[in-house]
Design a protein around this ligand. Sequence first.
Ligand code: NAP
Ligand code: NAG
Ligand code: NAG
Ligand code: NAG
Length: 311
Amino acid sequence: MKVFLPLALTLATASSYSLQLTGRTGRFASTRLMSTPTYSIPDQPARFAKAKVENNSRFLDIDSCYDPSYLSGKRVALTGANRGIGLSLAKELSAQGAKIVALVRKSSPELDALNPEEVITGIEATSDSACATLADKIKGGPVDVLINNAGYFYEPVEMISDSSLNFSEELKMIDICALGPLRVTSNLFQAGLIKEGCRVAMITSQGGSVSWRTTQNPSGGDYGHHMSKSAANMMGVLVSQEFRSKNIPVTILHPGFNKTEMTKKYEKIWEIEGAVDAAVGAKRVLHEVGLINMERTGKFINCEDGLEIPW
Ligand SMILES: NC(=O)c1ccc[n+]([C@@H]2O[C@H](COP(=O)([O-])OP(=O)(O)OC[C@H]3O[C@@H](n4cnc5c(N)ncnc54)[C@H](OP(=O)(O)O)[C@@H]3O)[C@@H](O)[C@H]2O)c1
Ligand SMILES: *[C@@H]1O[C@H](CO)[C@@H](O)[C@H](O)[C@H]1NC(C)=O
Ligand SMILES: *[C@@H]1O[C@H](CO)[C@@H](O)[C@H](O)[C@H]1NC(C)=O
Ligand SMILES: *[C@@H]1O[C@H](CO)[C@@H](O)[C@H](O)[C@H]1NC(C)=O
C-alpha cells in the first residue's frame, strides 16, 4: 500500500507516520502508535538560539521545572560517580537525600566527601569479571534507580583523510560506552538488585544519533565515539524491550553539552552552543530520570530540552 503524506511533514515525522501505519496491522505494533514526537533539533547553536528566542524555561532555567522530591531516601546506583557529570550527579543526589551507590574504578576525595551509602570500587567497565563482582560487593539490596554514566571519548578527532583513525581506541570506546553499561545492568539484574519499578537510565550521547550526523558531522570524524554511542543506543533499546514485561523502564539520555574535561577540546564553542556547568547538567539529567516510566521506556531523550532525538 502506498501512503501519501503532506509535503510539509519533515522526513523524521514521515518515517514515524509510516511506522504508525505499518504498525497498525503488523506484528510490530508499537505502544507508541498515538504519539508523533516533536524532535529536538540537531544544529546545536540553532537549538540554543531558538531556546533563547522562545524564552524556553525548560532549556534556560531547569530550576523552573525540576522537582527532585522523588529522590529523597532512594538508593541510586551510579557509574562514573568519581568525576565529571557523574560527580555532579552524585553531588545533586546527595543534596536531595538520595542514598548513593557509587560504582567506580576508583573513588575520589570529592566523591568520598559526599559520604555515599556505598562506594563499590574496581568496577572496570571493560572487564566481565570486575563487573561480575557487583553481586557480592553491593550490600544494601536492590536499587531504585540505576544511572549508567561512565564513558570515554578519545581526544583526537578521528579522520580517514589525515590518518588519525585509531582502531584500538575505537574498540575501547565501544567496550566502555556500549558493552560497559550492559555488563553493569545485566549483573545487577541477575543479582536481584534491579527489580520491578526500578528506573534505568543509559547516558549515551546525541553523537549516537545516525540521522543527526549530516548536520553535526558534515565532514565525518569522531568515528569511534559516535559508533560507540550508536551501539549504546541500540543496547538501551534492547534492554528496554527485555525489561518491558518486568515493568522496569529504561530511558536513553543525552546529558546535554557539559563543560567537563571530556569536552574541553570544544571549549571555543561552549558559549555559542549553550554548554552548561555540570551542576546544571546534573539537574537536567535528574529531571529526565524523574520522568522515566513505562510510557517513555526505550526513548532517546535530550536532557537539554526534554525532547526526543531521532535514532
Ligand atoms: N560532557 C558532555 O558534554 C557529554 C556530552 C554527551 C555525552 N556525555 C556522556 O556523559 C557521560 C559522562 O561524561 P563526562 O563528561 O562526565 O566524562 P568524564 O569527565 O570524562 O568522566 C568519565 C567517567 O567515566 C569513567 N570511566 C571512563 N572509563 C572507564 C572504564 N573503563 N571503566 C569504568 N569507568 C570508566 C571515569 O572514571 P575514571 O576516573 O576511573 O576514569 C569517569 O568517572 C559519558 O558517558 C559521556 O559520554 C557527556
Ligand atoms: C522569560 O521567562 C521567565 C519565566 O520563565 C520570566 O521571568 C522572564 O521575564 C521571561 N523573559 C523574557 C525576556 O520574556
Ligand atoms: C592510539 O591511541 C593510543 C592511546 O592513546 C596510542 O598509544 C597509539 O599510539 C594510537 N595509535 C595511533 C595509530 O594513533
Ligand atoms: C565544568 O567543566 C569544567 C572543565 O572541566 C570545569 O572547570 C568546571 O569546574 C566544571 N563545572 C562544574 C560545575 O563541575
